[in-house]
Structure formats: C-alpha cells, structure tokens
Design a protein around this ligand. Structure first.
Ligand code: C2E
Ligand code: MG
Ligand code: MG
Length: 302
C-alpha cells in the first residue's frame, strides 16, 4: 500500500448505518451453548450480522464499534432485541425451551429506559424474563458509571439474567464485582485457547471459575474449539460451554435441526455408555460428539 499521507475512507459510514437500521438489513445468528454436566442443549447466544447491500455480510466487529461512537447503537439494540425475542417465541411454540443470551452494548447502559424497553419487548413476545440473559462486556463494566449500575440493578430486579462477557480482557475488580447483580460469568475465548498450553493462564481461569461460583454466578466458557479445551473446562467445573467444537453460529431456522442432530449424538453416546458401564465417561462421550460433529458438520458461519 502506498503511503500518500491520506487516511483511507472508512468502509462504512454513519449514513450507511442509518440506512441499515431504517431498512433493517441486520440478521441474527444463534450459537448453541451446552450444559457441561448433562450435555443438554440449554441456551443460545444471539449474534448480529449486517447484510450490507454492497459490502456483503459484515461481522459485528466491523460495525458495532462505529455504531457505539454515535447514536446508531440504540437502533441496532432495538432490532437485535426484537429479532432475537421473536425467534425465541417461535422456538417456544415448537417446544424448544432455550435461554436466549443477547449482547447489549455498554453504550446502551447509558439509556435510562433500557430496562423498560427490554421488559416491553419480552412481554410482546411472551418470553419469560428468566429465559433472557443480557451480556455486557467486561471492558464496559470497568467504566462503572452510576447510571450503568442502576440499569443493571433494574434489569436484575425485573428477573433478567445478566452476564459479564469476555472476562479476563478488561480490568474487573473482583471485590467490586461482588456488589454487581451479574448472574453469569463468561470466560473470554483467548484465555481458554492459551490455557491448554500455558499453566499461568490455566491457574487464572481456574481461579475465575472458583470466584464466579463463590459469587453465586453461573460460569460459561466461550470459544471451545477443541476437545481438550472442552475437557479442561468441564474438569474445572465450568457450567456451560460454547464454541466451534460444539457448533458455529447459525441462522435461527437451522436450530431445530441442529437440536435433532445433537440429540442423536446424545442417544448414540448413551448407547455407547450403556455398553461400556454405568459411569459417565466424559472422554468417551465427548469423543463420540466430536466424531459425530465431523460426520454432521453444521453449516459454516458466514
Ligand atoms: P461475544 O459476545 O464474546 O461473542 C462471541 C464471539 O466469539 C462471536 O463472534 C462468536 O462467533 C465467536 N466464537 C464463538 N465460538 C468460537 C470459537 O470456538 N472460536 C472462535 N475463534 N470464535 C468463536 P462474533 O459473532 O463475530 O461477535 C463478536 C462480538 O461482537 C461479540 O463477542 C459481541 O461483543 C459483539 N456482538 C455480537 N452480536 C452483537 C449484538 O447483537 N449486539 C452488540 N452490541 N454486540 C454484538
Ligand atoms: Mg457475548
Ligand atoms: Mg464473549
């Protein structure tokens, strides 16, 4: 690239975002989360993608930071909430009782009526508050404004779950965390990845799991890509796992089919377990899942 002293024009502009919101060019993908003890499919994380008419599909890192700089993040949050909770209601009609985790930008924690808005959308779609978890990244948590804390407390009082996302990337003050209303801690994928090769990181995340549990939080490991990471996090007592090893994010209409395949894995794993004795052998079961995952790969995320 020739350095001619000019900063290149950003790929997307504020005006693009405004059009994207007005024309609702956003779609949601959903990534399954599995209970590490029962191996049940219990929950999904909703992840936004932008079907840009010229640039194609854009991942959130390409537009959420820009949206957060201006006011457009609020329009995106509204679309995300409505789309994800409508989807949740559709699955519930099919008998799928999944918790729905929704990422909320820290910028939205400066909007005082956010709890009311989320409450209203969940009422419209009749999704119980305890089936909704709002994920906030650790980097925003450390800003710790009074409005943000009031909003988190109001959301918690309305019965919504609150997850502290990407733990290990920000500067959480664990002592202060104790007074925050988080019900869930999500360990960042970068730490999960290095923990299998680096002992210090392994100790760090083991400590996070323990602290999370001591504070009454549910602990989730994200970014599980390999069987050894699944096994390590299960052995540390992590409650839920999410990652490409289990499934990639996928469009909502693929979730019922994925559940069917997952239950096939479970059935086969149970047969396998019956044949090999009464004890749950996690190594053998996850091995079975892994082999079956490669037999029935989920459609790659775009
Ligand atoms: P996040 O909330 O931590 O979401 C998890 C990210 O990790 C997702 O990336 C997901 O696709 C990716 N991931 C899941 N499993 C694996 C794995 O095994 N390996 C690897 N390498 N990655 C994995 P995605 O969808 O690109 O989202 C990136 C971030 O953008 C999210 O991180 C979240 O902070 C933000 N985001 C996504 N959707 C929304 C949204 O609807 N609203 C807001 N405000 N932010 C969103
Ligand atoms: Mg998240
Ligand atoms: Mg995360």
């Amino acid at each position: 690239m020739i350095d001619n002293g000019h900063t290149p024009e950003p790929l997307i502009s504020d005006a693009d975002l405004a059009t994207g919101i007005r024309e609702n060019q956003f779609v949601m993908h959903y990534q399954p989360k599995i209970d590490t003890r029962t191996l049940e499919f219990v929950s999904v994380e909703a992840l936004v993608r932008w079907n840009h008419p010229v640039l194609g599909v854009l991942m959130p890192d390409a537009f959420i930071p820009l949206a957060e700089q201006g006011k457009h993040i609020h329009g995106i949050t509204d679309i995300v909430l409505e789309t994800a909770l409508r989807q949740s209601a559709q699955w519930r009609e099919l008998g799928l009782d999944l918790r729905m985790s929704i990422n909320i930008s820290g910028a939205s924690l400066e909007v005082p009526d956010l709890p009311e808005r989320i409450h209203d959308v969940s009422s419209v779609f009749n999704v119980p508050a305890d089936k909704i978890v709002l994920e906030v990244t650790e980097t925003w948590q450390s800003r710790d404004t009074k409005t943000a804390l009031d909003i988190l407390n109001a959301l918690s009082a309305k019965g919504f779950g609150l997850a502290l996302d990407d733990v290990g990337t920000g500067h959480s003050n664990f002592a202060k965390l104790q007074s925050m209303p988080y019900s869930e801690m999500k360990l960042d994928k970068s730490h999960i990845h290095s923990a299998t090769i680096d002992e210090d990181t392994r100790h760090f995340i083991a400590m996070c799991v323990e602290l999370g549990h001591e504070m009454g939080m549910y602990v989730v490991a994200e970014g599980i890509e390999k069987q050894e990471q699944w096994e390590m996090m299960s052995a540390m007592g992590c409650d839920e796992a999410q990652g490409f090893f289990i499934a990639r994010p996928m469009p909502g209409d693929q979730i019922p089919g994925w559940l069917k395949r997952w239950n096939t894995y479970l059935g086969l794993a149970e047969d396998h377990q019956r044949a090999s004795g009464p004890h749950v052998n996690l190594d053998e079961m996850t091995g079975t899942f892994h082999r079956l995952n490669s037999i029935f790969p989920t459609k790659l995320d775009i």
